[in-house]
Design a protein around this ligand. Structure first.
Ligand code: ARG
Length: 461
C-alpha cells in the first residue's frame, strides 16, 4: 500500500499538483531522521499515556508498532522506498498500516514543527559525538606521526619562504592544537543542541498535560526550551554545527595543503602512501595527492552550507516556515563531508613516509640561522636593529659566495663585525638554533617532548 496520503485533507478539495508534491517532499533526505523520529515518538507516546490521552493498551500497541516500523526500515530496504512527504508522515502512515486508526492518536498535541526540531537535535547530538571521536582519531594520528619522528627537523616557513628550523613534531602539534579547539567548539555547540523543543506543538505550546521535564529526561535532553515560538523556529544550532564543521575543514585543508607541498619533488619531505594517492592515465611517473586535494577542495562546500543556512534563515518571520526544510541537507552534508575528510586525513597521516635526510638538509640551508647570529651580536652588546642590519649584509655576502653562514671563514665574518669571534660557530648549528627556543610553546626538543606528553595526556582525558 502506498503511504503517500497527505497529513491534511479536510480543508482541501483538490489533489496536489504532482510536480509540486515532488518539490515539497523531503523524505529522500530526512529519512535519515527515522531512528530519532521513532525514539522521540516512543517517549512522546509514554508522555501521552501519563497525560491520560492514551490508555495503557493504546500506548502499548503504538510503542510496539513504532519498534516494528524501525525494525522493518532496518531490515527491508524496500520498506522505506516510499512516496511519503517526509519522515514524519512516513512513520505515521506506517503506524496506521500496522495498528489501524489508533496510530493516528499519537499526533495529539504534537506538530511536525516540534517533531522536526526535536528530531534534528537528537540526530545532531549523536552526530557531534561521532565527529568528536573522529577529530580525536585525527589528533591521535598526528601524535603517532610526531612520536615516530621525534628528532626530525624541517624548515619552518613564513610567506612560504624558509624562516627558521622546527621539529616536525612541533608542526604536528600545531595541527593538534587546532583540532583541540575544534573539539571545544563541537562540545559548546552540543550544549545548545541539547535542548528539547517537543511540547511546543505547532508554535504556541500544547494544551495537553504533557510533562515536558519528564519527556526531556527520557530523551536525554539537558533542559526544555523556554519559548515555544523560538523553539519551533530556532535553527541557530544548525548554523553553529555547520560552522564548527567549517573550521574543522579549514584546519584539514591547511594540513592538506602543507602535505601536498611537502610531497612535491621540489620540497620532497613527505611521500604519500600508494593507498591514498593516484596515478596519471597519461604520465607514468606521476603520483598525485588526490586524497589531500579532495580534502582541500571539499572544505568549500562546507563553508557554502554555513552561508546557505544563514541566507535561508535571514528575515524568516516567526515561527515555522517551509524554508526551514532546507536546513537538513546542509546539516547532513556538513556532517558527511567533514566525517569523510577526517577519516581520509587520518589514513594519510598513518601511512605517510618521510625523507629524513632531505628534510634535515633543507633545514640546514637557506640561512635560517641568521636570527641566531643577530641574537649573538645582541649578546655581545650590539643593539638588535643594528645587529639585524649587519647580519643582513653577512647574508648577502654568503649568498654571493654560495655558502651558508657557518661556512664563511672567520675573517670574512669579522670584516663585517669585529664583535664576532670563533665561538660564533657554536650558535649557528641547527641543534643550537632549535635548542634556544625553549620557552613554553617553542620548538626546543625538550619543550616539544613535554608538549607531546601533555597532548597525549589531554587525549586520554
Ligand atoms: N519536513 C518538514 C521540515 O523539514 C517538517 C515540518 C513540516 N511542517 C509543516 N508545517 N509543514 O521542515
Amino acid at each position: 500500500m502506498s503511504k503517500a496520503k497527505n497529513l491534511w485533507g479536510g480543508r482541501f478539495r483538490g489533489p496536489a499538483d504532482e510536480g509540486f508534491a515532488a518539490f515539497n517532499r523531503s523524505f529522500s533526505f530526512d529519512r535519515r531522521l527515522l531512528e530519532v523520529e521513532v525514539r522521540a515518538s516512543i517517549a512522546y507516546c509514554a508522555a501521552l499515556k501519563s497525560a491520560e490521552v492514551l490508555s495503557d493498551d493504546e500506548a502499548r500497541r503504538i510503542t510496539a508498532a513504532l519498534h516494528e516500523v524501525q525494525n522493518q526500515a532496518e531490515t527491508k530496504a524496500k520498506y522505506i522506498n516510499d512516496e511519503s512527504e517526509d519522515v514524519h508522515s512516513f512513520v505515521e502512515a506506517s503506524l496506521v498500516e500496522l495498528i489501524g486508526p489508533t496510530g493516528l492518536k499519537l499526533h495529539t498535541g504534537r506538530s511536525r514543527n516540534d517533531q522536526v526540531a526535536t528530531d534534528l537535535r537528537l540526530w545532531l547530538r549523536d552526530a557531534i559525538d561521532d565527529l568528536d571521536g573522529l577529530v580525536a582519531a585525527a589528533q591521535e594520528a598526528l601524535l603517532a606521526f610526531a612520536a615516530e619522528h621525534s628528532q626530525t627537523v624541517i624548515p619552518g616557513y613564513t610567506h612560504l619562504q624558509r624562516a627558521q628550523p622546527i621539529l616536525l613534531a612541533h608542526w604536528c602539534l600545531a595541527y593538534f592544537e587546532m583540532l583541540a579547539r575544534d573539539r571545544e567548539r563541537l562540545a559548546d555547540a552540543r550544549k545548545r543542541v541539547n535542548v528539547m523543543p517537543l511540547g511546543s506543538a505547532a508554535l504556541a505550546g500544547t494544551s495537553f498535560a504533557i510533562d515536558r521535564e519528564a519527556l526531556a529526561r527520557e530523551l536525554g535532553f539537558r533542559e526544555v526550551s523556554r519559548n515555544s515560538l523560538d523553539a519551533i523556529s530556532d535553527r541557530d544550532f544548525c548554523v553553529e554545527f555547520a560552522n564548527a564543521c567549517a573550521l574543522i575543514m579549514v584546519h584539514l585543508s591547511r594540513l592538506a595543503e602543507d602535505i601536498i607541498i611537502y610531497a612535491t619533488t621540489e620540497f620532497g619531505f613527505f611521500e604519500l602512501s600508494d593507498a591514498v594517492a593516484t596515478g596519471s592515465s597519461l604520465m607514468p611517473q606521476k603520483k598525485n595527492p588526490d586524497s589531500m586535494e579532495l580534502v582541500r577542495g571539499k572544505a568549500g562546500r562546507v563553508f557554502g552550507h554555513v552561508t546557505g543556512l544563514l541566507a535561508t534563515l535571514k528575515a524568516l518571520p516567526l515561527a515555522y516556515n517551509k524554508d526551514m526544510q532546507e536546513d537538513k541537507e546542509a546539516v547532513f552534508d556538513s556532517f558527511d563531508t567533514t566525517t569523510n575528510c577526517l577519516e581520509v586525513t587520518a589514513t594519510v597521516l598513518r601511512n605517510i613516509t618521510i625523507n629524513e635526510a632531505r628534510a634535515r638538509e633543507a633545514a640546514a640551508h637557506g640561512h635560517m640561522n641568521a636570527t641566531e647570529l643577530a641574537d649573538y651580536l645582541v649578546r655581545k652588546g650590539m643593539p638588535f636593529r643594528q645587529a639585524h642590519e649587519t647580519v643582513g649584509q653577512i647574508v648577502v655576502h654568503a649568498i654571493k659566495r654560495g655558502v651558508e653562514l657557518q661556512e664563511l671563514p672567520i675573517d670574512e665574518l669579522r670584516a663585517l663585525s669585529d664583535l664576532i669571534e670563533t665561538d660564533v660557530f657554536t650558535v649557528l648549528s641547527v641543534d643550537q638554533t632549535l635548542g634556544t627556543k625553549s620557552q613554553t610553546g617553542g620548538t626546543a626538543p625538550l619543550k616539544v617532548s613535554e608538549a607531546l606528553a601533555a597532548a597525549r595526556k589531554s587525549l586520554v582525558e
